[in-house]
Design a protein around this ligand. Sequence first.
Ligand code: ZN
Ligand code: ZN
Length: 702
Amino acid sequence: MHFVQIYLRSVRDTYTWHTEHPVQVGARVALKFRGRPRIGIVISVSLQKPEYKTQPIDEILDEQFIPATWISLAHWTSEQNFTPISQVMSLIIPEKFLLQCDPVVREKFWFLTGNEFETLKGVKQKLVIEKLLLSEATDEKLREIASPTVLKNLAEKGIIAFRLGNIAPAAQPDFTRPVHELSPLQQEVFEKISHSKKSCLLWGVTGSGKTEIYKKLAEKVLEKGNQVLILLPEIALTPQLIAEFRSVGSVAVWHSKLSEGERVQEWARCVSGEAQILIGARSAAFIPLPNLKLIVLDEEHEWTFKSETAPRLWTHDVAEWLSFALQTKIVFGSATPRLESWMRCENEEWNRVELLSRINETELPKIQFVDMRNEVKFGNYGPISSYLAEAIGATVDAGKQVVLFLNRRGFSGSTTCRMCGETYNCPHCDMPMKLHRNGKNARMICHVCGHLAPFTDQCPHCEATNFVFRGWGTQQVEQVLKDDFPGLRVLRADADSMGGKHDFRKLCEKFSNHEADVLLGTQMVAKGLDFEKVALVGVILADVGLSLPDFRAEERVFQLLTQVSGRAGRRTMQGNILIQTFKPDEKIFSFIKHNDTEGFLSWQKENRLATKLPPFGAIAKILFSHTDKKTAFDTAQSLFREIKKRSDCVCNFAPAFWPRTHGKYHFHVFLQTETREELYVVLRSLSLPIGARIDVNPASLL
Ligand SMILES: [Zn+2]
Ligand SMILES: [Zn+2]
């Protein structure tokens, strides 16, 4: 008898069934759960009878539905991240495969089989025949001229029939970008990566043409009939990028905006091998690719590669696990690598390959800082300094375009009554609500929980009408630009202005066609966009995020500002960057000014070595949240005491940086050890209260 542990959709725990036939992990089976028929996936097999009575499975539907490697990946991820395996399995397989035997739609091709169509009377029927006399046609094409009933009738008369083609892919761009010859430098980099036995960090400045190198690497892998996985931050998954890889092979895509139906199609194309290249965001790392031989993780410094929901993991770790299990090549790409990745190269675990000049050999942009304290001295309290104003004017007059970046949406950071000093705080989060102004409409929005409140120009406490707006937001900058530069065409890109699925793409097209002079926005405008005519990039306030009490705060600001700067002068001319700050003496800015990534990283290395923070030590963050402050406090405290009793590792316990959000109080317990192994030993020894959230190697301490 074989005892099989089964994953079922929407069931947190996994249970055991039995079968007389041998069965492999990854098989798809039909069974009864609580008296109802269900479809499940075998996640482990044993000859050992469990202590409880088991039921037989009804039928093995597919002997090997998911390759065993991905079931092992699920087990590993579950253990590493203290997450139930069911939660990981839901990333590995779309749930429709557990609801229906065959949810996959294949393309239908209709063709003529008989010739007794002379007598047909129906106009629609004749149209179909006329079309099919020329060539066979897809179901989709015929639907344009006739209804499914017409087709069915013709098929019943034996006049037409269909054959099934490939699995229909999700919508993709209808254009392809050609593969270009590599420059001598790119060729050299390509060779180095091709011959490297280790994982590679491709350190390439923005605009150096990393994508062409990935394409060549993919081409080589596809020649042998293997598959490629390209992981990107969600925001970089543009139609342009997908079109780049379509010239190399058949592409599947995977991101959060796919519909459930599209997920099924793309998944089936990957698993069957019909798709040769999978391009996707973080979650694509879990999609089974049976012939996987190359993994590319581009923009590896992006924080979106760390999941903030369970399983809380770095995509880097998943990619490395796969690379080890399947013996595949792996390439991490970035202009501003994480210190963690940089150190892997210093320690010779990875190879560092450099690509430090731009394709068209344009100079890297010229970077200047503007001391905003001087502006205040001369009475300018607004977000646009006199230098930036002048530069915007000159750039637009010369027929070029401007990108302005500010990492804060809305109108202002906080709104305080000038008379009574009351600040508009969110009732659920104890944090300032942000004022949002859209023409005449004004309202307060909490950026943490989304709570909305009307904003009248009268203080609810003292009825005064005079407010202090602290901290500029993108809406305020837009207002100032419109007031100060009449006729200037401004586009704004932030979470407020970009509601729909295609809004951002349309806006980019508009800007690309020079239908606007200025593109103003949050992080959205910083990443991966390539506009030919941008000659000036202005950073409205570089200080945002710098004063956060977090060991990665500087790394984040450095990466972001370097990315933003890369938006200027990408094609033929040298760009200008103006960075406004109230703290021009911050050490980080000297590295940004000189494009000195290496210097920045060695400075960060010193800091982290001194504090034993990752990658020079291991850290875990355990979060407790409760609507009752005392309950949250007590639970955290008792765990803190338990750790202290069991281990001599560094441990502390404190209210979270944002102590109350969504109506809940938050407390953190931090654990620090020298190695990851020691950390796991301590974590596994604990009896954790329900609801505790463990985050190993957190992206942030906040
Ligand atoms: Zn007031
Ligand atoms: Zn709130």
